[in-house]
Design a binder for this molecule. Structure first.
Ligand code: UDP
Ligand code: MG
Length: 156
């Protein structure tokens, strides 16, 4: 009991965004399916439309980059779907399924290789590490919106 509780408490979480191009192309289900088929768990999700200001808050780490303006325009161009995923090594596994930032350099079979249009318009975001995941999850979701791994619904 103590052992399994510790396991559940240590379960990692990642913030994923299905970006405006993927929502526009009707790929919400396709993207979520890839994570679910890998055994990752959706522990929260919602649809929203970022203002430019909200994009700039979310991507503050990139404020000095030359692509910040293009990124802000793109990410505020239409609705997105935000997900919290949970699972063992979810951050690494999610980024592997998403692929490299530039779709033309992404491994075959990754989401960005299959659906991304350019280094900016690249269909999906996934948290880079645990610290970013915590910051991004609290930016997008309140605590009561996120399901608890300790609840029986995640046992198979
Ligand atoms: N981006 C861009 N040009 C670049 C690098 C990144 O437009 O040269 C955009 C792209 O949409 C990317 C986001 O900015 O997903 C965040 O960049 P980051 O380097 O964090 O890439 P990611 O972690 O998303 O792979
Ligand atoms: Mg990043």
């Amino acid at each position: 009991m103590i052992g399994s509780r510790r396991y559940l408490l240590e379960m990692e979480r990642s913030l994923v965004l299905i970006k405006p191009d993927a929502v526009r192309k009707n790929l919400i289900g396709e993207v979520i399916k890839r994570f679910e088929e890998d055994g990752l768990r959706v522990i929260s999700l919602k649809m929203l439309w970022f203002s430019r200001k909200e994009v700039q808050m979310f991507y503050k780490e990139h404020e000095d980059k030359p692509f910040y303006d293009a990124l802000s325009n793109y990410m505020s161009s239409g609705p997105i779907v935000a997900l919290v995923l949970g699972g063992e090594n979810v951050i690494k596994r999610t980024r592997e399924l998403i692929g490299a930032t530039d779709p033309s350099a992404a491994d075959k079979g990754t989401i960005r290789a299959d659906f991304g249009e350019s280094i900016t318009v690249n269909s999906v975001h996934g948290s880079a590490n645990r610290e970013s995941a915590d910051t991004e999850i609290s930016f997008m979701f309140s605590q009561i919106e996120i399901m608890d791994f300790n609840s029986g619904i995640y046992r198979r």
